[in-house]
Design a protein. Structure first.
Length: 220
């Protein structure tokens, strides 16, 4: 055990973190000076949440110095009604920052000023969340002072795409053919002219829809 291992153990103890109970001991990082195990799953409350932990074999296709570590995650879901409403096409959202209009000097200066007040000494997991929150707020503050209209809300311009003219024309013809078949006594004979006309009109609708879908895929 070297000094880095001791620091890692002390960190886990201070933050009340633990590895899954069946974590294997094997190297996960390989470099020119040697190998070591520096990749871990860490849990705070329940060390049994992850199981069947294993370290993947070295693969020639993996260009990273690290090898993946895998685990089985156990989840417990409770039944209940979902209170969240689906996002509507007119839902509000925050507009993308206009970085091309950003005052970069002011942005950097604001960040440097805010970072002077951040306490980076981390002793607990709660403190980690506080530091991350302070850093996030610093970035938001810098953006608000240097980017016009930052964090401005807008409305989605999404519009449901309607039928093309070809589909509309085919649907209109299909409805007409169906009306004629219905008012002609609804004959069942496939050789009847009204039945043939109705079925052919339906095929034209499906053909027009397939053509529209093909055009949409080409545009993507």
């Amino acid at each position: 055990m070297d000094s880095q291992d001791e620091l890692f153990i002390d960190f886990c103890k201070s933050c009340k973190l633990a590895q899954p109970v069946d974590t294997p001991v094997n190297d996960t990082f390989r470099h020119a000076n040697g190998t070591s195990q520096i990749d871990h799953f860490l849990l705070q409350d329940d060390s049994t949440l992850l199981s069947e932990v294993r370290i993947a074999d070295v693969n020639p296709d993996n260009s990273s110095d690290h090898v993946p570590i895998l685990a089985k995650l156990t989840l417990y879901l409770s039944k209940g009604k979902c209170s969240a409403k689906p996002t509507s096409p007119k839902a509000k959202f925050y507009k993308r920052p206009k970085w091309n209009k950003c005052d970069l000097e002011l942005y950097k200066a604001t960040i440097e000023e805010k970072l002077l007040t951040v306490d980076y000494k981390v002793h607990t997991t709660n403190k980690i969340e506080e530091v991350i929150d302070e850093l996030t707020q610093s970035l938001h503050c810098a953006s608000e002072s240097s980017i016009p209209g930052y964090n401005k809300q807008g409305r989605s311009k999404f519009k449901k795409k309607g039928w093309s003219m070809n589909v509309k024309k085919a649907v209109k013809q299909s409805r007409k053919a169906h009306w004629e078949w219905s008012h002609g006594g609804k004959p069942a004979d496939k050789g009847n002219a009204l039945v043939v006309n109705r079925d052919e009109a339906r095929k034209m609708v499906r053909r027009a829809q397939r053509q529209d879908n093909a055009m949409e895929r080409e545009e993507l």
